[in-house]
Design a protein around this ligand. Structure first.
Ligand code: ADP
Length: 275
């Protein structure tokens, strides 16, 4: 469905993604993980044509992205950004409705059907009671649910989520992951999300892609690729990996005090008293 073939992505002269090849099939649930600056957001941007590859090509449903018109692509792939850069505040209902933009004709207003779709999604994500609230007045978890609602009214086969859990407490991270997982299972949409919560990604996703400095470090089922070696390579840090007794998936355990040596905090040498 999505074929990324020998792709190089760059901003001016700074090469961010280097000769990357990845294939995604319909209905996949995949997490992109890796350190800050690895190129995860850049990769997502390239999948919605916000950034064209310098070399290589990206093919969606058999057609090179270069040949997709933005509006047509937006009916197939939705990107949930890290943060909405809103020029002015929107009511929840109006922001969610903007997901219908790709379906509007020139100067055309929303149809009854567009409004029905938006209202149905607002109900499904338990946002209907907030529909007249301003977006800026919502909590982080509510804002993220609104972003998902907007992507759902776009009615795409693919949803990309950048920094899916940014600024969310653990409870809301779990809530968002459960919502997204349900969308994947029940509606068969392909989800590719960027996550810094590796344990949550491991517990819920069927595939993990590890990126570092624009290169692929590992790609596969969490059970096959999350281990202390790949995590060390990815983050230059030592973590123990244990099996989560509930999900049966590998989880990172913070090393706690055991890995710290306090030598560097040894008492400073006191200069000898000169008499
Ligand atoms: P990640 O999502 O893995 O944290 P990004 O894709 O955001 O990484 O960034 C990868 C590199 O590209 C970083 O060095 C970042 O500074 C650079 N970068 C990201 N966006 C831009 C931009 N719009 N213009 C120039 N450089 C950018």
């Amino acid at each position: 469905m999505i074929k990324i073939e020998n792709v190089h992505l760059a901003y001016r002269n700074q090469e961010v993604i280097k000769e990357l090849s990845l294939h995604f099939t319909a209905g996949e649930f995949c997490a992109l993980i890796g350190p800050n600056g690895a190129g995860k957001s850049t990769l997502l941007k390239s999948l919605v044509k916000f950034l064209e590859p310098k070399r290589g090509k990206i093919v969606f449903n058999g057609k090179s992205l270069a040949d997709w018109k933005h509006k047509e692509l937006a009916k197939n792939i939705a990107l949930i950004p890290q943060e909405f850069q809103l020029q002015f505040d929107f009511k929840v209902r109006d922001l969610v409705l903007t997901g219908r933009f790709p379906y509007l004709g020139y100067w055309q207003n929303y149809s009854r059907r567009d409004i029905e779709i938006a209202e149905e999604v607002l109900h499904r994500l338990d946002l209907f009671s907030l529909k007249d609230k301003m977006f800026s007045q919502l909590s982080g978890g509510e804002k993220q649910r609104v972003s998902i609602a907007r992507a759902l009214v776009q009615e795409t086969e693919v949803i990309l989520m950048d920094e899916a859990f940014a600024n969310l407490d653990v409870n809301h991270q779990l809530e968002i992951m459960q919502i997204v997982s349900k969308i994947n299972k029940e509606q068969g949409k392909m989800i590719i999300l960027v996550s810094h919560n590796i344990n949550l990604a491991s517990d819920y996703c069927e595939r993990i892609v590890m990126l570092k400095k624009g290169k692929l470090i590992a790609d596969g089922h969490p059970r096959d690729i999350i281990n202390s070696v790949t995590i060390k390579e990815l983050f230059d840090a030592d973590f123990d990996i244990v099996e989560n007794p509930i999900s049966g998936r590998p989880n990172l355990v913070y090393p706690g005090k055991k890995s710290f040596t306090f030598d560097s905090f040894a008492k400073p040498e006191v200069p000898s008293q000169t008499k």
